[in-house]
Design a protein around this ligand. Structure first.
Ligand code: SAM
Length: 468
């Protein structure tokens, strides 16, 4: 085979004329052109590690400009970059021990070694990795020294080993230990797994079994989620956005944990506020709960997110949403929401947070987070709860949620709010979800989800009821 065959003419026709399934299947079976995969992986990883770009954007950008890569090669680039991000601190630790001159190598050489080491950690044979990474001399020898470096890691005392083995910055490793105790290793391991591709059935179109049958007709196998009654887990290789069922609004991609948080709202067909609506993941779910009746106010500070929400609402057949872009802080923010004061039966505050529950999907986020940023998140969460609680009418409910596993952003924010608002009390989530499901998502009165226990992203949810 030629090393760099010219891309077939169809490759540039991209979207409107996708390759036939037969052509795609035969390409997927070809061996990877390792030099091209390595080059693209280095570029994307370099953007993330050395320029601080977000992983999904860096990969999008790189792969958009590498039109000559086949789909199996694109997948390999994405998988290898994500796999390395999940193990970045482990890989660096091992290489610093396995290669004496590692820190003096130029960035690209270091990254070649990092990608190679990560592939070995993920089970690829060492000789294949060395050959396909074009490593020679001391750089190839370093791979052979990895098992000894791994033994050195194993020999460290637990508190030193855990952050490195889990690839968590020290302060996060400490919080993981505080939250999960003896289970911290298992919790962190599960955060380093790949997340499932989960859909939420749009109840306006039909039920989950009907959606399952429709997906099967399009060649996509799925299985029901075990906790959310609305979810289906799709084969991760599915390009969900290209499916007819998606285009016709039958489903949205939404993690099962996020679906469970949405279920806590139990929105009646009256007046409901989704205060941090973003692109509307939960807004669309609430619209179904409301049977498209009443007023569902979707607020956010970002115009582009609200614009996306509008598009998704049209596709989903949602008619009761009123969108509003609001200022983030200060008297203007209060003024913007003043007409809703004391009028809402439900207010959902799905607060911006550290995202520590979503490391499966965003493995690079952990390296960006600092204790100072965490403190900023907490301060903002308290301000948002304070502001949006004013919209709850007597007897109404305030639902607070995050995709964080950290107590500081969850229980502590709720406790702080309750200490200032004696007219609010906690409604245990089991009362909302029923005893069977409720028993699985605790412990305690809150929704507390984690990948190692529930197979979902990490989520927190609290229902706070305002006295009549
Ligand atoms: C966790 S995301 C929401 C996700 C969304 N609810 C969903 O289910 O897809 C948090 C959102 O809060 C928004 N936000 C940040 N500060 C805000 C503020 N002061 N007021 C309202 N929304 C805010 C962000 O723009 C972001 O879209």
């Amino acid at each position: 085979m030629k090393k760099n065959p010219r891309p077939p003419a169809r490759a540039s026709q991209s979207r409107r004329e996708p390759p036939s399934p037969e052509a795609e299947a035969s390409r997927a079976a070809r061996p990877l052109r390792e030099d091209l995969v390595l080059q693209a992986s280095l570029e994307a990883y370099g953007f993330i590690r050395h320029e601080g770009r977000l992983a999904d954007r860096a990969l999008d950008f790189t792969l958009r400009h590498k039109r000559n890569l086949y789909s199996n090669e694109r997948r390999a680039v994405a998988e290898r970059v994500y796999a390395l991000l999940r193990r970045q601190l482990t890989v660096d630790f091992l290489l610093e021990r396995a290669h004496r001159g590692f820190s003096r190598l130029d960035k690209t050489r270091q990254d070649v070694l990092r990608l190679a080491t990560s592939r070995i950690l993920h089970g690829e044979p060492m000789d294949v990795v060395a050959r396909t990474s074009a490593l020679t001399g001391p750089n190839a020898d370093a791979l052979a020294a990895l098992p000894e470096a791994a033994r050195a890691l194993e020999a460290l005392p637990r508190d030193k080993r855990f952050p490195i083995a889990a690839s968590l910055p020290d302060f996060l490793a400490r919080y993981f230990r505080e939250v999960f105790g003896e289970d911290a290793e298992r919790a962190a391991e599960a955060m380093n797994e790949r997340a499932p591709l989960t859909a939420r059935t749009n109840g306006f179109k039909g039920d989950r079994e009907k959606l399952r049958a429709l997906l099967e007709q399009e060649g996509v196998q799925s299985s029901p989620t075990s906790l959310s009654p609305l979810g289906l887990i799709l084969d991760t290789r599915t390009n969900a956005f290209s499916l007819e069922a998606f285009r016709e609004g039958w489903f949205e991609l939404q993690d099962e944990g996020s679906q469970l948080l949405g279920m806590l709202v139990d929105a009646p067909p009256t007046r409901v506020v989704d205060a941090c609506a973003g692109a509307g993941g939960k807004t669309l779910q609430l619209a179904v709960q409301m049977k498209n009746r009443g007023d569902l106010h979707a607020l956010d500070i970002e115009e582009w997110r609200i614009e996306e929400l509008r598009k998704r609402a049209r596709r989903a057949g949602v008619h009761n949403v009123r969108t509003q872009v609001i200022p983030p802080e200060g008297p203007e923010a209060d003024e913007a929401i003043a007409p809703l004061k004391g009028k809402a039966d439900r207010v959902l505050v799905d607060a911006p947070c550290s995202g520590t529950g979503t490391f499966r999907r965003k493995p690079d986020a952990r390296y960006r987070l600092t204790p100072e940023m965490l403190a900023d998140h907490v301060a903002r969460q308290k301000r948002l709860l304070e502001r949006f609680s004013q919209l709850v009418k007597p007897g109404g409910r305030l639902i607070y949620g995050t995709c964080s596993i950290l107590r500081q952003e969850n229980e502590e924010v709720v406790q702080d709010f309750l200490s200032k608002h004696p007219d609010y009390s906690v409604r245990p989530v089991a009362e909302e979800l029923g005893p069977e499901l409720g028993a699985k998502v605790g412990p305690g009165p809150f929704l507390r989800l984690a990948p190692h226990l529930h197979g979902t992203d990490g989520f927190f949810g609290a229902i706070l009821v305002r006295a009549k």
